[in-house]
Design a protein around this ligand. Structure first.
Ligand code: ADE
Ligand code: ZN
Length: 326
């Protein structure tokens, strides 16, 4: 048994969080009303009842529909501010948050609207909670390479404020190799690189993320465990995996939390971290993820400290700042 207060009190970084996935049903309703947007739900309970997924795509369909209520910079500010308040209460002292510009630009919302709202919430959270925050701009992999290049171009005026680019959305059928050139262009601009791989996709997608993209960090990576040589390679290179236990359960990446491989990952020497992915959709923020997997897998305080330590080692903070957190 682990003590919940120990988990809350453990300073931690969150490295895998989609800000659009932190849109709680209550805020979805409030923004729908504020912006006069129709949503296909009668109540907050109705929304929560719809959150039953058997695969990633089931979730993505609702996630993109939900994001339609986000229209103004104030909306993006309010969304992010709510996440930072919850994260701070969970002991998060550093967050690297993803945003999906294409989810919004495809609806006619300007890139500038999205990023100015997020940046104002970041400035507020840094002052209010003393936390540090980095932004990761994620490309939607179900769209084509040209769309990703256009997004990188739209980000040009804001590149000083963006730490990394990522790759998310429907994994199967959209391997990392599809975006090798746009990631190379992002690297040339000095950005760090992350990609979702091995969530639903096979170990080969993880290999592509390493060999064709050269990721600095791997989002999820669960299916790497099917390839022992790949596990050895990931461990030797100290590759950080941003593991998301409640997401894995809700999206049926694992059948039961009791089968979650987090301790297998740690035993294999992988630099695994715990994150919330899309907390409003998957039933919990980062502390809930630590608690759920700790209880189901019997993690002790040493394991929890190792996971929190990994979150700083795997962050994109400068070395001196990482050292201050260890
Ligand atoms: N977009 C938001 N959450 C995601 C996830 N878990 N996998 C892929 N794309 C996502
Ligand atoms: Zn994710």
């Amino acid at each position: 048994m682990t003590d919940p207060d120990f988990i809350t009190g453990l300073p931690k970084a969150e490295l895998h969080l989609h800000i659009e996935g932190s849109l709680e049903p209550e805020l979805m309703f409030a923004l729908a009303q504020r912006n006069q947007v129709a949503i296909p739900f009668a109540s907050v309970e109705d929304v929560r009842a719809a959150y039953n997924f058997s695969r990633l795509q089931d979730f993505l369909d609702l996630y993109y529909a939900g994001a339609d209520v986000l229209r103004t910079a104030q909306d993006f500010h309010d969304l992010a501010a709510a996440y930072f308040d919850r994260a701070a209460a969970d002991g998060v002292v550093h967050a690297e948050i993803m945003f999906d510009p294409q989810t919004h630009t495809a609806r006619g919302i300007a890139f500038e609207t999205v990023i100015t709202g997020l940046l104002s919430a970041i400035a507020e959270a840094e002052a209010k909670h003393g936390m540090t925050v980095l932004l990761i701009m994620s490309f939607l992999r179900h769209l084509d390479e040209a769309d990703a290049f256009a997004t990188l171009e739209a980000a040009e005026p804001w590149l000083e404020r963006i730490a990394a680019v990522g790759l998310d959305s429907s994994e199967l059928g959209h391997p990392p190799e599809k975006f090798a050139r746009v990631f190379a262009a992002a690297r040339a601009k000095g950005l760090k690189l992350v990609a979702h791989a091995g969530e639903e996709g096979p170990p080969d997608y993880v290999l592509q993320a390493l060999d064709l993209i050269g990721v600095d960090r791997l989002d999820h990576g669960n299916r790497s465990l099917e390839d022992p040589l790949l596990v050895t390679r990931l461990a030797r290179m100290c590759m950080t995996l941003t593991v998301c236990p409640l997401s894995n359960l809700k999206l049926c990446v694992v059948g039961d939390m009791a089968e979650h491989p987090i301790d297998q990952m740690l035993r294999a020497g992988l630099r695994a971290t715990i994150n919330s992915d899309d907390p409003a959709y998957f039933g919990g923020y980062v502390g809930d993820n630590y608690r759920a997997v700790a209880a189901a897998r019997g993690l002790d305080r040493g394991d929890l400290v190792a996971l929190a330590r990994n979150s700083f080692l795997g962050s994109f903070l400068p070395d001196a700042a990482v050292a201050e957190h260890l």
